[in-house]
Design a protein around this ligand. Structure first.
Ligand SMILES: *Cc1c(COP(=O)(O)O)cnc(C)c1O
Length: 434
């Protein structure tokens, strides 16, 4: 494959990406005022829908009952991990280090419990209010009844995924009673497929990359008017489900006395695959918390799809294969060669920048997080740690005692013990030979 020379002349960092070099890309359009396709009202509409469904979720998923059916993760201070980080690096991290532990979100154990579940709830509400007799002030736990289960069984939900989106959508859609089909790319782990099948979900397996699987799923769903396809490359509902995180994090920051203003910047490090979850979350954070919370996306050097799309402004019109990359990574949640149609466009003025990392780095952080804090995450979910050093090097103003650094740990709690052991051991070996 020949790499477009004009592209490389215009955007010199494309050449670094093509050579799998870890980079820091600073978004030149950050902070510009432009109209956006979504508003704060859209976020609050989603917040209200989650609340209407809380009684249903508390009943159908007992693990959410202690939070009264609200699906949210803790914000955890990482003092021991920060000491470790300071030991490993030449310059200390002056601000506080935190983990946003979406790895502990109920139902999928990943960030996909935000967007994926939200889109299923929205579809169920539409069916229940138009084909059933649900009204908005009802107690939605009625949706767990046999009557509604039968109604939902006339409809289908489908999705394509590298694993976690299928888990969140599949488990919830099947629990409602929808005929549920998931299309899994070659990266998807066996245990995720097994778990879905055990929940009554039809699992279709493909030996290709996510970007090739999604059109197949989309076409199949288009042939059936009663099937709702959850489109990870451009769904507004997924996006807004993720954006609710802005409202939730605002409260957690306040409760933990973390200031956000010009003198107290907050940096949020988010792993990006297709770009949907980090973009939705970033839109929520910027809309609700404001200009002094800054988002950084983190991607594998072999699959910098969102970075490439945003850097060249070609967004979903360019894939990592177009610059000769193989798209292969151990970070299965990030193994997406072509970015979403929505993410790059909405992020053009909202994303501070992005960072690319080598896979070995994330295994080291998985193991260090376990050793220091007893928190286990999946490899993709440790990607945020790789961005801290490049960011404070490029922007020394962010390395002050007043700054706060939040690594968004996007998944991991549902991993079987055997997988955890393998990932942990890989990181341990890398740290020992370091
Ligand atoms: C899906 C996922 C991501 C990235 O989200 P995208 O919407 O694909 O950008 C990151 N980490 C984990 C664990 C994921 O499952």
């Amino acid at each position: 494959m020949t790499i477009d020379q004009t592209l490389m002349t215009k955007y010199p960092q494309v050449s670094d990406l093509a050579h799998e070099k870890p980079i820091f890309w600073r978004n030149p359009d950050y902070g510009q005022k432009v109209p956006l396709p979504f508003s704060r009202a859209d976020i609050f509409d989603a917040v209200a829908r989650w609340e209407r469904f809380a009684p249903y979720l508390a009943q159908a998923f007992p693990e959410t009952a202690k939070m009264h059916g609200i699906i949210e993760s803790p914000l955890v201070r990482l003092d021991r991990m920060q000491n470790q980080w300071n030991n490993d690096h030449t310059s200390d991290l002056a601000g506080g280090l935190y983990l946003k532990a979406d790895s502990q979100l109920p139902i999928s154990g990943s960030i996909k419990s935000r967007g994926g579940i939200y889109e299923v709830l929205k579809f169920a509400e539409k069916i229940a209010t138009t084909k059933g007799d649900l009204v908005y002030m009802d107690d939605y736990s009625v949706l767990a009844s046999e009557k509604y289960h039968k109604l939902f069984a006339n409809y289908g939900v489908s999705v394509a995924s590298t694993g976690n989106l299928a888990l969140s959508v599949g488990i919830v859609a099947a629990t409602f009673g929808f005929k549920t089909t998931v299309y899994m790319s070659h990266d998807a782990r066996q245990w995720k497929k097994d778990k879905l099948r055990a929940n009554g979900v039809t699992v279709k397996e493909f030996d290709t990359d996510f970007s090739d699987v999604i059109p197949i799923a989309r076409n199949d769903a288009a042939a059936d008017p009663k099937t709702h396809f959850i489109d990870d490359e451009g769904s507004s509902d997924l996006f807004l489900g993720y954006a609710v995180a802005g409202v939730r994090l605002q409260k957690q920051l306040k409760d933990q006395h973390i200031k956000v203003d010009r003198q107290h910047p907050v940096l949020v490090y988010l792993p990006a695959g297709v770009g949907g979850s980090p973009s939705g979350v970033t839109f929520g954070l910027k809309s609700i918390i404001g200009p002094y919370i800054h988002a950084i996306f983190c991607e594998p050097t072999h699959v910098p799809s969102v970075t490439l799309g945003m850097m060249t402004k070609l967004n979903s019109k360019i894939s990592v294969y177009d610059i000769g990359l193989d798209g292969l990574t151990a970070a299965d949640g990030l193994a997406v060669g072509r970015p979403s149609r929505l993410a790059g466009k909405v992020m053009r003025t909202l994303l501070f920048g992005s960072v690319t990392f080598k896979d070995d780095q994330i295994y080291r952080y998985v193991t260090e997080l376990m050793d220091t804090q007893k928190i286990m995450v999946e490899p993709s979910a440790a990607a945020g740690f790789t961005a801290i050093a490049p960011v404070i090097k490029e922007v020394p103003a962010f390395n002050t005692a007043n700054a706060t650094h939040i690594v968004w740990a996007t998944g991991g709690n549902m991993m079987p013990e055997s997988e955890r052991k393998v990932d942990y051991a890989k990181g341990k070996a890398l740290l020992t030979n370091y």
